[in-house]
Design a protein around this ligand. Sequence first.
Ligand SMILES: Nc1ncnc2c1ncn2[C@@H]1O[C@H](COP(=O)(O)OP(=O)(O)O)[C@@H](O)[C@H]1O
Ligand SMILES: [Mg+2]
Length: 363
Amino acid sequence: MIIESLNLSNFRNYDYLDLALAPGVNLFYGDNAQGKTNILESLFVAATTKSHRGSKDKEMIKIGAEDAHIKLMVKKRNLQNRIDMHLKRSKHKGIAINGVPIKRSADLFGIINLVFFSPEDLDIIKDGPSARRRFLDMELSQIDKIYLRDLSDFNKLLQSRNKLLKDMAFKQTPEDEITLDVLTAQLAEAGEKVIAGREHFAGDLKGITKDLHAKISGGREDLEIQYVANVKKGTYVQVLKDDRARDLRFCLTNSGPHKDDLEFQINGADARKYGSQGQQRTIALSLKLAEIELVKSVIHDDPVLLLDDVLSELDSNRQKFLLDNVGSIQTLVTCTGLDEFIEERLKINKIFYVKDGTVLSKN
Ligand SMILES: Nc1ncnc2c1ncn2[C@@H]1O[C@H](COP(=O)(O)OP(=O)(O)O)[C@@H](O)[C@H]1O
Ligand SMILES: [Mg+2]
């Protein structure tokens, strides 16, 4: 898959940007705060409808402007698709594929597949569990449309149930009791699907990351990934029933997939507690490379890889492993300087210089 062009207006610090991208490696360099990440972010928004930084639509609109546009052309196995996105300050964004507006953001599913690698991903092991759940959900949602729907159902039901629990702290009517029973049953059903999806995905991830990690560490380290479900598969409805009084007291749902985690062990020891920074980074790198493999096997095509400032964070051994594994995938790399090592190790197809919301093509 190849993103052929990107066109931005009033997005972040860009008034207007028109970029023609090359297959292979596209390198963006420039000082900090010039707009490199903003370009990658706009692609991520176009692919997933959401910012990888978790920003709201109105925050991505250029300060002082009313609305923003992201337009791009993507080619997948000779099939061209045009995506138009219209970000608004106080309304939902408008999205069109090939000029036809779509009603639900899930309809965008599968048009663009991205693997985004940023320095924050390197902290995934030592961060809190929510970062690891976010990783699971982001990756799974990209390759499994049913999971995307189940997860969104689960999140909506969880919100509704928590809101009801809060309301019931003040006043409990018989109707509330019935609504709580209904929401509990629905939440249990959606939650079971989320647990099953994560368990399956973690199983796929386990084998691939094990191989990659062994290669990066020169065979010295054995990596085991374990999905730690807060609630065991098949038991959620019972757990929610048992928790009912406690949930009412705390005004929130205490148990469920929203408390899940992933655990990593290197040679049998918990990498979060005992792993060195280098080992933790190797795991993060294995996870990202595994993600490329998984996406490839599902879509039977290459995803587009976005490497945001990540090379300077890796030592030369890990850099080399990453770049060797990129192969012929279209890759957008950002960095602050035109480092020699990148030019040595990577065939760069296009170089762009980014300064203050403008992009200059250097070759
Ligand atoms: N909504 C916005 N409107 C205008 N400028 C913005 C907006 N959001 C971010 N910026 C600017 O974008 C720049 C940061 O861009 P970024 O792509 O993160 O930089 P980098 O080149 O370091 O990756 C900062 O100068 C910031 O002030
Ligand atoms: Mg940046």
